[in-house]
Design a protein around this ligand. Structure first.
Ligand SMILES: [Mg+2]
Length: 338
């Protein structure tokens, strides 16, 4: 913590009294205690002095001309609020009414004239200690608050990292599994369609063999980025399925729309023209995509949807790669070469 420890500072006492002799006596008593002292002779000067530098305690005479101690105390409270230093009111009126007035005006404590010096010293010491304790408490609370904020930020970062594929910075397999389960349940209630695209980079092993694994990693990052950029709706999810396979969840999407998105991904990838000398179907990196679609039924699992997308992807590979094959569950596979 950078906040200075208040105890390392010499306490500053502001004496406010219209009587010169009393000011001098008060000054001497406070200086004997090792405190620093400023003295002023009326309420107006008191407010001005506080504006310049806030003391640790104000010793405030109750009876003064122009602005009396009660009014001055109230004005200090108004001007400084929570920052207002403790006010020890010095009153010659030892009666209940003036004591009440002092506390009503916001005084922290009071002593009466003629001043009992030992009592004054003890009161001032106690007020300073309370002030230190309060400052210390505030410092600790602030420190805890900071620690808590740091902990929360660290937790958020941890969660982000735990849900992300380290290499490609898109969602990982765990997030895909969770999201698919959720969408499956939601859409089975809605009885609305759910589409899945499985994409696989063609001849990726050859790519690694040709350009090395570092280049292979770069290629995976680029392809992930292209898919992420192409899939735009907030409810859609792009994830790394494993190795060189990516998967896209498209809720509330008919098969036609899903095929369209798969084709868009392929055309965006083609536009990037990532050289792939080892590919047997193109001079550039290409994708095979399997698309599947279902209206989820309550009480079933999404495994069939994944299996259908997988089957379609396999078919795309068999038919010569660099294409989209779609499977409407329970029907024939359909190839869409662009
Ligand atoms: Mg006076």
């Amino acid at each position: 913590m950078n906040e200075p420890d208040v105890r390392q500072k010499t306490p500053l006492i502001l004496i406010v009294d219209d009587e010169k002799t009393l000011r001098l006596l008060l000054r001497r008593a406070m200086e004997q205690e090792g405190y620093q002292v400023i003295e002023v002779c009326d309420g107006e000067e008191c407010l001005a002095a506080c504006q310049q530098q806030l003391p640790d305690i104000v010793l405030l005479d109750a009876m003064m001309p122009v602005i009396d101690g009660f009014a001055c105390c109230a004005q200090l409270q108004h001007a400084f609020g929570e920052q207002c230093p403790p006010v020890l009111m010095i009153t010659g009126l030892n009666n209940q009414e003036s004591v009440d007035r002092a506390f009503e005006a916001g005084a922290t404590d009071y002593i009466t004239k003629p001043i009992h010096w030992a009592v004054l010293r003890q009161r001032v010491r106690r007020l300073l200690q309370t002030r230190w304790a309060m400052a210390e408490l505030r410092r600790k609370i602030e420190h805890e608050r900071l620690l808590m904020a740091q902990l929360e930020a660290a937790n958020r970062e941890l969660q982000r990292l735990a849900s992300m594929d380290g290499l490609t910075q898109i969602a990982n397999r765990r997030v895909f599994d969770e999201c698919l389960q959720q969408e499956w349940k939601r859409l089975s209630r809605e009885q609305a369609p759910l589409s899945l695209i499985l994409c696989d980079i063609d001849f990726f092993k050859t790519y690694n063999d040709t350009y090395g694994h570092q280049a292979g990693d770069e290629c995976l990052k680029q392809v992930a980025h292209i898919i992420q950029q192409t899939v735009k709706r907030p409810a859609d999810l792009v994830a790394r399925y494993g190795g060189e396979e990516f998967v896209v969840i498209l809720p509330n999407t008919e098969i036609k729309g899903a095929v369209h998105i798969a084709q868009e991904i392929r055309s965006e990838l083609r536009a990037k023209a990532i050289a792939h000398a080892g590919s047997r179907v193109s001079n550039f990196v290409t994708l095979s995509c399997g698309v599947a679609n279902m209206i989820p039924h309550p009480g079933t699992s999404p495994h069939q949807l994944i299996a259908e997308a997988d089957r379609a992807l396999y078919q795309a590979k068999v038919e010569g790669r660099d294409r989209v094959v779609s499977a409407l569950v329970g029907t024939e596979l359909k190839t869409a070469v662009s």
